[in-house]
Each structure stands twice: as C-alpha cells, then as structure tokens.
Write a protein that binds this ligand. Structure first.
Ligand code: ADP
Length: 269
C-alpha cells in the first residue's frame, strides 16, 4: 500500500489574504450589479409587454361593446367591425407568439430540430416567399448569391427562416416605397455569411449597440410604420446563439442597415 505523504499546507501572507478578499469582494459586487441590471431589464420587459398586450385588448373590448350597443348595423358596418376585431386579435396573437418563442429559445432544455440543409435552397425559397410582401410594399428585392454557393449547414430550418423573416419584416418596416432590400450570402472559410440589407431609415449610433436587447425600440417618432414589440431581434439573437452562430448589424442613419448572420458550415464529405 502506498504511504500517504505529509504535505505542509502553503502559508498565505496577510497581504495575499487581503488581496484575495478584495478581489472576491470586487467580483461579488460586479455579479451583484449584473443581477440588478438583469432584474431591471426583466421589469422593463414585463412593463412594455403588458402595455403592448393591453392596447389591442382594450380596443377589442370596446369593439365588442360597440357591436352590442348598435343593434341595427348594416351588413357592411357589421363586417367592418368584425374585420377590425380580426386585425386586433392577429396583433395579440403575434405578440403572444413572440413571447412564447423567446421563452422557448431561452430554455436550454429545448432541443432544436436540426437537419442538414443546402443553404442556397433555403435562401431561394425564402426569397420567393417574400415577393408578394415586397410588391405590396412597393420595395425592390434583390437576391445576391454566387452561382455555386455549395454550402451545407446544420440548422433547425424553421427557426432560421424565423430569423430571416424577422430581419426581412424589419427591412420592410423601416424603409419606404421605392427603397431596396437585398438578401445575400457567401461562404467565408468555415462559415456561411448571410445578409439582409435595406436602404431605409437606418439606426443612430446611440441605438445601434442596443437593438438586440429584449424590448428595445429606437425612437418611435423617427421610425415609420406601426413598429413591433422590440422582441424580433432578441429572438433572432437567441436562435443564432443556439446554432453556435452570430448576428450583428452595421447601419448608417438615413442610409440603411445591413444585418449579418454567420453559421458554421458542414464539411463536405
Ligand atoms: P421591433 O419589433 O420594434 O422592430 P426588433 O427587436 O425587431 O423590434 O428591433 C429593435 C429595434 O431596432 C427596432 O425598434 C428599430 O428601432 C431597430 N431596427 C431593427 N431593424 C431595423 C432596420 N432594418 N432599420 C432600422 N431600424 C431597425
């Protein structure tokens, strides 16, 4: 049997101990600050979402009241009110869908439905699915893919299409008729780089570092359209993180924005 050797414990000087305590104290204080910031962000998110949910809810309740009050409505008035209710319900549904998806993406237990996918096919299909919205919104749409992208990626296709969809919806939302939207991709070494570029309102340097934060919305008065709920980019970032990928944005105020995605590619067999 091997004999246990006596190891003399290392002596720590008073200065070393004080230094270690100071460092531990500093780390604790940093962790505490981070927790406080997260808590404040959670409260802010909760406040914004309840506000966003309350607006269509209140409007729905008043439309139902109107329907009850006005008994002798003409058929077209009746249908108009029903349409209005339908739109408000759709809005509510969209907010709930975003909250649900964000919760799903932040749950580490949730498994993605991964498949090996040819990136060019996925992007071409997405491009064709956008054509109607672009035509309706009077934007120009371009696809910039090399002849042979030759890029296989392992992704949950539904989730990646959701990211593209969020970026495309923003490109539409923050641009005006006559502006252009471009979808492109290239292979960059071991990674696939995808971008969605628009010639819309752009993002100010002050807002740019915050756009991926949950519930962040830049100045509403500067951005046209109804705007969303500030969750789309946070969802896109969570999805990219779960794929081991990246998302970032370059933008110039009044010139437009480019959102980039990077995904690891599969090695060719
Ligand atoms: P929202 O639902 O408000 O669009 P997002 O999380 O998708 O929320 O985006 C956050 C904010 O980033 C937006 O409110 C907007 O100010 C800004 N933003 C996002 N995409 C664009 C874009 N393509 N052009 C200009 N601003 C954008």
């Amino acid at each position: 049997m091997e004999k246990k050797r006596y190891v003399k414990p290392k002596t720590i000087s008073r200065e070393e101990l004080e230094q270690a305590l100071l460092q531990a104290n500093e780390e604790l204080s940093l962790a505490n600050d981070k927790l406080k910031k997260q808590e404040a962000a959670r409260v802010e998110l909760f406040r914004n979402l309840s506000h966003d949910l309350r607006a269509p809810m209140t409007a729905l309740v008043s439309t139902v009241g109107l329907l009850r009050e006005k008994k002798n409505l003409a058929e077209n008035e009746y249908l108009e009110l029903l349409d209005l209710m339908g739109r408000r319900l759709k809005n509510l549904n969209a907010i709930l869908d975003e909250i649900f998806l964000l919760g799903q993406m932040e749950n580490p237990e949730l498994r993605l439905e991964m498949e090996n996918i040819d990136l060019a096919t996925l992007l071409e299909e997405f491009y064709f699915s956008c054509e109607a919205d672009v035509k309706y919104g009077e934007r120009k749409l371009e696809l910039d893919l090399p002849e042979e992208l030759n890029c296989m990626v392992r992704v949950d296709p539904q989730k990646i299409v959701r990211v593209l969809d969020n970026l495309f919806t923003n490109a539409l939302r923050y641009s005006k008729p006559g502006d252009s939207i471009m979808l492109g991709a290239r292979r960059e070494g071991d990674a696939a780089r995808i971008w969605i570029r628009d010639t819309g309102v752009g993002i100010t340097p002050e807002d740019l570092p915050h756009v991926f934060e949950r519930s962040y919305r830049a100045d509403r008065s500067r951005t046209p359209g109804d705007g969303g709920h500030g969750l789309g980019l946070a969802i896109a970032k969570s999805i990219m993180d779960r794929h081991g990928g990246r998302i970032w944005c370059e933008s110039r105020q009044d010139e437009g924005s480019t959102f980039y995605l990077e995904l690891p590619t599969l090695l060719e067999t």
